[in-house]
Structures are given as structure tokens and as C-alpha cells.
Design a binder for this molecule. Structure first.
Ligand code: ADP
Ligand code: MG
Length: 301
């Protein structure tokens, strides 16, 4: 097969490993930077050009679209879908998962466990929204943030009010969430491929920090998942329509709660923590499922 990794940088660990795994399994792999693609959308024969050449003969796409380039990245992916190329994750599912509020709404509709979460726009709702999520301590998250940036723990009601008012003042979009104290500064990353959790790790925040992101100094270790945790992770990916996803779960007194579903999960942390060939499992899934015109939406909707 000819597999295209849609990624801005061929030197990134996840991109490199995906290419390596594809080649190891006897495929041809190319890395294409979506931002350097240009598209012909005027004719009824959609095409994509890259570095002066028309891209052709591609059997499958593995999109690794950064959060900052979601709009153009998914447009390029949609163009591939219109050409009938199989993507492991479809453009519609990626856009869906990038919208934190929309994701939570979809997950809640399907009964997936979630931290109590509120969202508001007008300043006068500050008090009400704090009450809604059960009062302080609570977590306030900027919608656009990644890697733990823009996630604040407000330990008192006063602190919560100040942060919420400040975010309003900046006209920022954010959510207010119940703080899951019993998670103890840890969360679980479940790497879902197809209908299985193929690897998982527990990330624990460094001393004095509640955010477990590895970028914030969190540490990864092996973890044994319960049946319920596995089922929750698989269901969350399914609700989002993602074949490949990093599902982050908090262990709470009322069971596993999904915090977020990532459509371009990093491979470095999880492969190093588990010693598993996750990239190889992703390619194996593509081998099994890639067929022309197999996209459910073909970029529609
Ligand atoms: P980001 O998208 O920036 O990674 P997250 O929503 O994943 O933001 O939050 C970052 C980290 O903060 C999580 O990995 C988790 O450790 C901690 N955290 C987030 N929300 C909560 C919460 N409601 N209760 C307890 N800890 C939380
Ligand atoms: Mg996170």
C-alpha cells in the first residue's frame, strides 16, 4: 500500500514511527504537510497538489493534524476523502473531537461518564455556574488550550470567581468543571485503535501540580485497566467516530470519567511507557480496513 502521513514535520516522533512501522510492514510511506498542499476544487475530479506535483496512488491517510491547523488540515483531509482515499480518522470526526464543548455534549448524550461540566458566556452567570458544578474547588479550562496550558484549579469560590471574570474579560471561551480530587493528580491515557485499547498508561502530576500532562513534568507508568475503563475508552472513541484516539480518563468514586478524546494521540509517551509497537498496530488496522471509497462521510457534513 501507499500510505500518506499527514503531518507538518517528518522529524516528530509519532510521524517518524508511523513511517517506520509502515515501511517495516512492506508499505510505501510518504509524509505530506497539509499546509503546503493546494487543492483543485473547481472540477468534479478533486485533486491535491504538493510541491508542484499532483498526489496520486495513495491508498490510506494517517492524519496527524496539529490543533493550531485544524481548519486547513481537515480541509485537505476532506479533499482526500472526496478523492475516495481511506483515512484512519475522518475529517468530520477530527473536527468534532477538536471542539471540547461539542465533544462533551456528544459523549453525555451517549451516557459516557464525564465530570460535571458547565459552560456559559455572560458574566452574570458566574455564581450560577459555580453552583452548577458543585462549588469550589473546581477546574476552569480554556477551550483552545492543549498540553495543560489554560487549565486552572480554583481552590476557593473567590478564586473561581476571579478567574472566570478574568476569562470573560478576555472574551475567552472556557468550561467550568467539577474537580475530581480522588484522581490524585493522575489520569489514564488509553490508546484506542479500532474497538480495542491497544496500550494504556497512567500519568501522574509532579509534586504540587494537579495537571498530569507529560509536558508539565508528569510521569508515566504502566497501569492495569478495569473492564469498565476499557469499555468507556472504546465507547468514547466510537461516539466521536474515531478509529484511532487517545482517550483520557479520570478515576473517580463514581467510575471512569472521560476528560477528553484526542484524534492525533502522541506515540512517544505511550510507546516508551509500555514498550508496545503502537505504530505497528495502527498500520495493521489500516491494512485491514483501507479500501477505496470506504469513508463514511466522504467529507460531507
Ligand atoms: P489539556 O487538553 O490542556 O491537556 P486537560 O483537560 O486534559 O487539558 O487537563 C489537563 C490535566 O489537568 C489533566 O490531564 C488532569 O490531570 C488535570 N485535570 C483536568 N481536568 C480535571 C478535573 N476535572 N479534575 C481533576 N483533574 C483534572
Ligand atoms: Mg489533556
Amino acid at each position: 500500500m501507499k500510505i500518506c502521513v499527514l503531518s507538518r514535520n517528518h522529524r516528530l516522533y509519532s510521524t517518524q514511527r508511523t513511517v517506520e512501522a509502515a515501511e517495516q510492514r512492506g508499505h510505501e510511506a510518504i509524509v505530506v504537510d497539509a499546509l503546503k498542499c493546494y487543492m483543485d476544487i473547481t472540477s468534479d475530479r478533486p485533486a491535491i497538489y504538493y510541491k508542484g506535483e499532483k498526489l496520486s496512488g495513495i491508498d490510506a491517510i494517517i492524519p496527524r493534524i496539529g490543533a493550531s491547523v485544524t481548519r486547513f488540515g481537515t480541509a485537505v483531509l476532506r479533499q482526500f476523502e472526496m478523492m475516495g482515499v481511506y483515512p484512519i480518522n475522518e475529517s468530520v470526526a477530527i473536527s468534532r473531537s477538536r471542539d471540547k464543548l461539542r465533544s462533551l455534549q456528544l459523549l453525555s448524550r451517549k451516557g459516557v461518564g464525564l465530570p460535571v461540566t458547565g459552560f456559559a458566556h455572560s458574566v452574570s452567570d458566574t455564581q450560577d455556574i459555580i453552583k452548577l458544578v458543585g462549588g469550589a474547588p473546581l477546574v476552569i479550562k480554556l477551550m483552545e488550550g492543549t498540553q495543560g496550558r489554560g487549565v486552572v484549579l480554583a481552590e476557593t469560590k473567590k478564586a473561581a470567581e476571579s478567574v472566570i471574570d478574568a476569562f470573560h474579560e478576555l472574551d475567552a471561551n472556557f468550561i467550568v468543571q467539577e474537580f475530581i480530587k480522588e484522581a490524585g493528580g493522575s489520569d489514564i491515557r488509553c490508546l484506542v485503535v479500532g474497538d480495542k485499547v491497544v496500550a494504556s498508561m497512567m500519568r501522574t502530576a509532579k509534586e504540587g501540580e494537579f495537571r498530569s500532562n507529560l509536558h508539565r513534568g508528569g510521569e508515566a507508568q504502566l497501569v492495569k485497566l478495569s473492564k469498565e475503563e476499557r469499555a468507556t475508552a472504546v465507547q468514547a472513541a466510537k461516539v466521536m467516530g474515531l478509529n484511532m484516539a487517545g482517550v483520557d480518563i479520570l478515576r473517580s468514586e463514581r467510575g471512569p470519567l472521560v476528560m477528553e478524546v484526542n484524534s492525533s494521540p502522541g506515540l512517544e509517551g505511550i510507546e516508551k511507557a509500555t514498550g508496545k509497537d503502537v505504530a505497528g498496530m495502527i498500520i495493521a488496522f489500516v491494512e485491514k480496513n483501507a479500501k477505496p471509497n470506504r469513508t463514511k462521510t466522504r467529507g460531507k457534513g
